[in-house]
Design a protein around this ligand. Structure first.
Ligand SMILES: *Cc1c(COP(=O)(O)O)cnc(C)c1O
Length: 397
């Protein structure tokens, strides 16, 4: 039995089957490349769903982590530590906001944003107790907690997890009129992915984010931008809302904020919003720990140079030009921005990602007929071209 088969049999037997991974067992990684347990190399065109935007084991991030490992790693929020103030100040500045509330996973940051909007709604906006509603969009993906799946429209994500959390209304993504109609005096937030990631890299119609911003301002509602996957350089700008020059009330960040090393997430907003929290009203044992803050600070410093956004813009232009040149009998539609693409096929996507893997390229299908491409932003142009050549071969079967 090969090492791959032996290890896969072990996880197949002992891990819950809540994923359907490609049949590869990774042992090492560097930059945009991973190596499996048998020494075969693959180009990573998924980047852990954008958690590895800066590449595997990015030297700057590893160095920041190592330095912090030798100092202090966890104290809990019962005590302050010397990475906490600087991390919150630097991340707030990157976002152009006053305050940061650090958590760990993306879902926790989304939960934090939902709690923020409700608390703000009752204490600042003056919504009567128990009446707050939050608007979400069809096709959304915001995480896996019981509250978050309550407003999912994906049966796989939602079914059999009820009873569901009330207080959410869901309207079609891109439909301004439906959003306007769903808003009332008790609406406290609109939770939106500026580009829907898990739904297949859905870019909203031009002007939609602007319209959401205007409606939120007009009705005194918080615009909560879930930039967990779309943010931190992925689309060629620091945040995907920038493509329409929109500033949300709340940024929800995660994935790449942890530099591909550990889970780091955060909610970022002004004092008039995040100021609603008083001691004991929300928290996390690991949120804002010294190691997380040290890594997060380095991520912020790297984004401040603009070089990753620039790479994503330039290489992303190249990626989309090449995908656009693929014959229309192979590709139905290409969506996305920057180094991020949802390639809609005429055929099932799973066999294509399996063939791609055999050709040395790791990408993952999302839903039935979409291949998602999201390589680390550090990928070489020649490597990107190599992967795209292989995609064409895989599509031809
Ligand atoms: C991945 C993701 C989440 C959830 O993040 P986890 O760290 O997996 O909990 C939330 N929102 C968006 C847009 C995501 O892509």
């Amino acid at each position: 039995m090969s090492p791959t088969d032996r290890l896969r049999a072990m996880s197949d037997r002992h891990s819950a089957h809540n994923y359907h991974p490609l049949p590869i067992v990774i042992a090492e990684a560097e930059g945009a490349w991973v190596t499996d347990v048998e020494g075969r190399r693959y180009l990573d065109m998924l980047a852990a769903y954008s958690a590895v935007n800066f590449g595997h084991r990015n030297p700057r991030l590893l160095e920041a982590a190592r330095r912090q490992l030798d100092r202090v790693t966890l104290v809990s929020r019962a005590f302050d530590h010397d990475q906490f103030g600087p991390f919150t100040a630097e991340l707030a500045e990157l976002c152009g906001k006053d305050m940061v509330l650090p958590m760990n996973s993306g879902a926790e940051a989304v939960e934090t944003a939902l709690k923020t909007a409700r608390k703000w709604g009752y204490e600042v906006k003056g919504v009567p107790a128990g009446r707050a509603n939050i608007i979400t969009f069809e096709g959304n993906f915001h995480g896996r907690t019981t509250t978050i799946v309550s407003f999912s429209t994906d049966p796989d994500a939602k079914d059999s997890y009820g009873p569901y959390t009330p207080g959410f209304r869901t309207v079609p993504y891109g439909d301004v009129q439906a959003l306007r109609d769903a808003m009332d005096d008790d609406t406290v937030g609109v939770l939106i992915e500026p580009i829907q990631g898990e739904a297949g890299v859905n870019v909203p119609p031009s002007g939609f984010l602007t319209a959401v911003r205007e409606l939120c301002t007009e009705r005194g509602v918080l615009m909560l931008a879930d930039e967990i996957q779309s943010g931190l350089g992925r689309t060629g700008t620091t945040f995907a809302v920038e493509h329409e020059g929109v500033v949300p009330d709340v940024y929800i960040l995660g994935k790449a904020l942890g530099g591909g090393i550990m889970p780091v997430s955060a909610v970022v907003a002004d004092r008039g919003v995040l100021g609603v929290f008083k001691p004991g009203q929300h928290g996390s044992t690991f949120g804002g720990n010294p190691l997380a803050c040290a890594i997060g600070r380095e991520v912020v410093a790297m984004l401040r140079t603009g070089e990753f956004q620039e790479r994503s813009r330039t290489l992303g232009g190249h990626l989309h030009r090449r995908l656009g040149d693929l014959p229309s009998d192979l590709v139905r539609q290409v969506r996305g921005r920057g180094l991020w693409a949802g390639v809609e096929l005429h055929q099932k996507a799973r066999p294509v990602s399996e063939r791609l893997m055999e050709l040395g390229v790791l990408a993952k299908e999302t839903h039935d007929t979409t291949i998602r491409l999201a390589p680390p932003l550090v990928i070489d142009k020649a490597d990107l071209d190599w992967a795209l050549d292989r995609l064409e071969i895989a599509l031809k079967g």
